[in-house]
Design a protein. Structure first.
Length: 365
């Protein structure tokens, strides 16, 4: 059967099972493993979003407007995987929110349609690409504004990228990295930049000052950064989780780059170096702060991060994005038990077990 002839939920499960089968998920999670944190609130968050999406449908809010409530396609894909797939099952099985398989299927298919408004190719990244920019947006990118790489500036931009990546991980943990990072491409730009086999890859860093979660982020000197990287002869690709193909060596293939900070192009490399040092210092303090938390405090922060990432949905209804107070009690009662119970690695699961776990059309988890 053709990939595109399968129903969307089966396509979604194909992509997920493929990623786990290839062991492309990190086995070293920090500060806890995903289920050890989400088990205390995945049902609450899943139901909260389900109810609000149902209202958006009843209000006939255009899909384009709903799409803008999510910071990136990755945010929506990871909500489906981290929360909706299992959270709705938990709520149903425990008995506090009964929902039929058909209702879940309708919910998932609606969010797939929203996702399609955000991506211009396969929404599950089965082709290794994520195309977000429109043809017009791509045409408006001017090569004249890019900096041609040399040994020195190439190193500067790579280290800056590394500092930003570290900042996102320190604030949002391994599991919720998508709250502050997304990557897309490859966009074909050979003719535009006068090179052979040229591709543009864009790294977006956003939500970099979540002061409502971490007070230290008041010191982060910007809210968002976009880095444009043009590679030559690079077979760049990503998977469902936007993890790049680790087998592709990009170290000597970067030929042009551009940096935008809060929407402004920055060409001053000395300024970028100073910002890099500042971010590394914040990263260390933030990492130390997370490591000093108790396990239950880490889970509470995980709930705040997860709700914060989906605040666009709550904002539409003029509601607070903060997690319900009831979650604190769940963490207090079950946190340590869940940490012991869910100390496992999904990469050890078979493909069929992965499909069963994330399939919303059953009640198994």
């Amino acid at each position: 059967m053709s990939l595109n002839k399968k129903n969307k939920i089966d396509q979604y499960l194909d992509s997920l099972s493929s990623v786990f089968d290839k062991n492309s998920i990190s086995r070293e999670f920090w500060p806890l493993k995903p289920a050890q944190m989400t088990a205390c609130f995945d049902d609450s968050l899943a139901v909260d979003i389900y109810k609000r999406i149902d209202l958006l449908k009843k209000q006939k809010v255009p899909l384009e407007k709903v799409a803008k409530m999510f910071d990136s396609p990755s945010m929506l894909r990871n909500f489906l995987e981290n929360f909706a797939s299992i959270g709705l099952k938990v709520a149903h099985n425990v008995g506090w929110f009964k929902i039929s398989f058909k209702e879940r299927e309708v919910f998932f298919n609606y969010l797939f349609r929203v996702l399609k408004k955000m991506s211009k190719n396969d929404i599950f990244i089965r082709d290794g690409k994520q195309i977000i920019l429109s043809t017009t947006e791509l045409k408006n990118i001017s090569p004249k504004k890019f900096i041609k790489t040399d040994d020195k500036n190439s190193k500067i931009i790579k280290i800056f990228n590394l500092s930003l990546f570290g900042l996102v991980w320190a604030m949002y943990f391994d599991t919720f990295y998508y709250t502050g990072f997304s990557t897309h491409g490859p966009y074909r730009v050979s003719k535009k930049f006068g090179i052979k086999n040229g591709v543009l890859v864009i790294s977006d860093y956003f939500n970099l000052r979540p002061v409502g979660i971490w007070s230290i982020t008041k010191k982060v000197p910007f809210e968002k950064v976009r880095i444009y990287s043009v590679y030559e002869n690079a077979d760049w690709s990503i998977n469902f989780f936007e993890r790049t193909n680790a087998s592709v060596d990009l170290s000597n293939r970067l030929v042009f780059f551009e940096v935008e900070i809060d929407g402004k192009i920055i060409k001053d490399l000395e300024k970028i170096e100073k910002l890099t040092q500042q971010i590394f210092e914040i990263n260390q303090k933030q990492t130390d702060a997370v490591n000093s938390l108790s396990n239950l405090e880490k889970i509470k922060k995980a709930s705040e991060i997860s709700y914060y990432g989906l605040r666009g949905v709550f904002d539409h209804f003029n509601e607070s994005w903060n997690p319900p107070k009831e979650i604190d009690e769940v963490i207090r009662k079950n946190g340590e038990d869940f940490i012991k119970k869910f100390d496992y690695d999904l990469t050890d699961y078979s493909s069929s077990k992965i499909r069963k776990l994330f399939d919303p059309r059953n009640n198994w988890y």
